[in-house]
Design a protein around this ligand. Sequence first.
Ligand code: TYD
Length: 405
Amino acid sequence: MDYKLVKSCRICGSKRLKKYLDLGNQPLPNNLITPYFPDHSKYPLQVLFCESCSLSHLSIVVNPKLMFSNYFYHSSVSKTFMKHCYELGKKIKKIVKSHIKKQDLLVIDIASNDGCLLEQFKRLGYYVIGVEPAKNLAEECKKKNISVVNEFWSDETAKRLPACDVITATNVLAHVDDISGFLKICANKLRIYTKGILVVEVPYLFNLLNKNQFDTIYHEHLSYFLFKPLKIAFEKQGLNIFKVEQPNIHGGSLRIYASPYSYPKHKSVKGIERFEKLNKLHDFLTYSKFSGNVNKVRNELVTFLKSLRSYNKKVLAYGASAKGISLLNFCEIDNSMIRYIIDDTYEKQYKQIPGSRIQIVPRNYIEREKPDYILLLAWNFMKEIVSKVKFNGKWIIPIPKVVVK
Ligand code: TYD
C-alpha cells in the first residue's frame, strides 16, 4: 500500500478530526522526473483539524520510503539558511554554557540534510554527528568531514550513537508520523547527561494561516504545528519546554527548547500560549476562513497567467521548491503558462516537476529566454533571490497575495 488513512490525532489520539482544506490530488513534490519519463502517481491532499488538541494533519500518510530515500533539497543552497544555522548554534551555546560545565559538547542533528547546520556548529567548536536517511545527502555530509549515519532516527540508531548534550531537529517533525516515538527516543538519549537539550524547529501554523502559505502543504508535511499540541507531545515524554522563539525562516517558524531537566522557564512559554488564544488558533472557524483565502489566490494567479499567455508574454518561475510544485499543481499551472523553472540546485536541473511537467533549468536561462515575468515560487527567499537575479521584467509574488513588481 502506498499510503494509509489518518483516523485519529497523532498527538492526542482524538477521533474528532474535521476537514478544512482540499488541495486536490497531487504528485509527491520532491520526486522530480526526467523528460519523457511517465508521471508519478497522485494522492489526495487534504487537511484535517483536531478538535481536541488543534493539531492540523494531512488526511493520509504516504509511505516514507517513496518520499525520503533520495532527496533533492539541499539546505546549503541558501545563504539565509546558513546564517540562520550559525545564529542557532550561538544561541544554544549560550544556554548550554551556563548549565552544562563541559568543554567537548556533542550535538546530534536529526535529518542533517547536507550538513548545513552541523557545519556551522563545527565552526563554533561543537563535536557533531548527523543522522540522515537520504543517501545523496549523507554523502554530502561526509564530503564536509561530518560524521553521519545514513538512517532514519530510530531506537536502534540512537543506541549506537554516543551520549550527547544537544539534539537538534529542524524541519523534520512535520515529516514524522509517530511523533511520540520520535520524541521518546530523543528524551531517552538526553537523559544520559540529564541536562541535555532538545531544539526543535517547525514551520508555525500561525504564519501558514496568516500569510496564506497554503503551498507549504504537501505530502511530506504530515502535521502543521501550533504550540498547544507540541506541548502535549513533549510533556508526554517528560520533556520540559523552557523557551520558545519564532525565528523568521521558512516563512516563520516555531523553535522549541526542551529538556528532561527542569531549566528555568522563560516568559516566552506563557507568551506563546496567550498569543494562540488571542488569535483564535484553537477555533475551527479560523480554519474555514483560511480555505476561502486560498481559493482567492488561486483564481487571481491563474487569471493573471492566462492573460499573460494571451498577450504572448514570456513567463519563467524561480525556485523548484516543494512548495512551488504544490502551488503549480493545485492551481493547474502547466508549461503553456510557465516556460521554465530556474533553480540553482545542480541536482534538480534538467529534470521536470511532477504533475505540471515544467522543466527545471539553471539561472543562465534568464539571459537566454529574456522573460517578461518571473513567478517567484521560493518566496521565502525573496530578498536573497531578487537581489541577485537581474532581468528586464517584473516579479510575480504569489504569496500571501498576488503582487506584481
Ligand atoms: P525551499 O523553499 O527552501 O524548500 P521547500 O522545498 O521545502 O519548499 O526551497 C527553495 C528552492 O529555491 C530550492 O530548490 C533552492 C532554490 N533556490 C535557488 O535556486 N536559488 C537561491 O538563491 C535560493 C535561496 C533558493
